[in-house]
Design a protein around this ligand. Sequence first.
Ligand code: GAL
Length: 416
Amino acid sequence: MSFRSYFVSSLMLSLASFNATASSVEVLHWWTSGGEAQAAGVFKGYWQALGNEWSDSAISGGGGGSAMTVLKSRALSDSPPDAAHLKGTELREWASLGFLRNLDEIAKQEGWEHILPSFVLQSVKYDGHYVAAPIGIHRANALWINPKIFAKLNLTPPTTWTDFLQVADKIKQAGYTPLAMGNDEWQLRNLFELIVLGEGGSQFYRQSMIDLDPTALQSDTMLHILNIFHQIRPYISDNTGRLKWNQQSQLLMDGQAAMQVMGDWVKGEITGAHLIPGKDILCLPSPGTDGMFSYNVDSIAMFNTKNPTKETAQYHLVQMIMMDGFQHAFNKVKGSIPVFKNQKIDDFDACAQQSLKELTTAIQKNELVPSADGMANSGRVKQAFADILTPFFNEKNADPHTIAHQLARAVLSAKR
Ligand code: GAL
């Protein structure tokens, strides 16, 4: 079935069971790159097709840093949106401050505990209560490859970070940009956590990046990881270092750059450009992470309101987010996979199928971890990582020993 006919038929079905009164919501999110905006368009389109109104608060900036700043000032001036894309620590922080609507009742009515895997349930809970509706599962540990460059240079995609450096060197010598990556805090933190996962394994990753254990942060393994991270600097382009992650994906698709290390939201850019993920651009686990799955569970939280009409609208929005047809249509465009247990995504692309397979195995083998940047770490801890890692990455003569100590100290004081 084509995407359009799927969309229309699942919509017809859902319309029949939906309350007919029109609702209006303002939704704050940061889905503004080409692929993300198309997915946000599906979200909005579905809502409007149900006869409702949508007011869009889209704040650009990968990873949502700017969106979170805007949200804070909106909340301080007592005018939060009705709903916002919030996840991980930020979601819990907003919930702990009492801003978010408790969704326990709707979760019970809709049987969330039967239809959602436990890591998804945990991701949308604070203090034992549901505070957001999960909208999709992203795999953060992905490597994207332009196969034409690899074929031309007769190279095999890297499966370890040592391999990565060797392959990157050959690509650079041939005149291409080895790694499509912007030199900004968010992209650097993303890269760093994937090197930790690939070189240290999931247990070391949990100790160092999630538990923020000072011994792990100053260990020999961490020194080795810092060394690799530092050696990557020559392989990103000086000319394009300021570009956002999605502009970097464009360089990959255009054949100027050979690889990108980034979550599978990149897939939204690929399908949005009418290329086929898994064929025109290959998707692989980031080096060393085969069999592991680092997740972002994207979710939509509802802000408390005293207006009963708004409460009803929020209720309808949560119901819609949890509809199978909606999740199918949205995640297909977004690059993620739907949040439900035992789902069928046979009509998704090969990379999504691979993602679901790897997710299932990772759950069984205890190789499932939250993305440190996307889910686990607070804003303060993320800033501490950025404050140390960004100058280190860019300073040619920096010493990894000193940096490991600085990192442990900065992260620990931010953790308190
Ligand atoms: C992540 C989010 C994704 C994607 C990405 C880039 O934090 O989970 O949905 O939007 O940021 O903006």
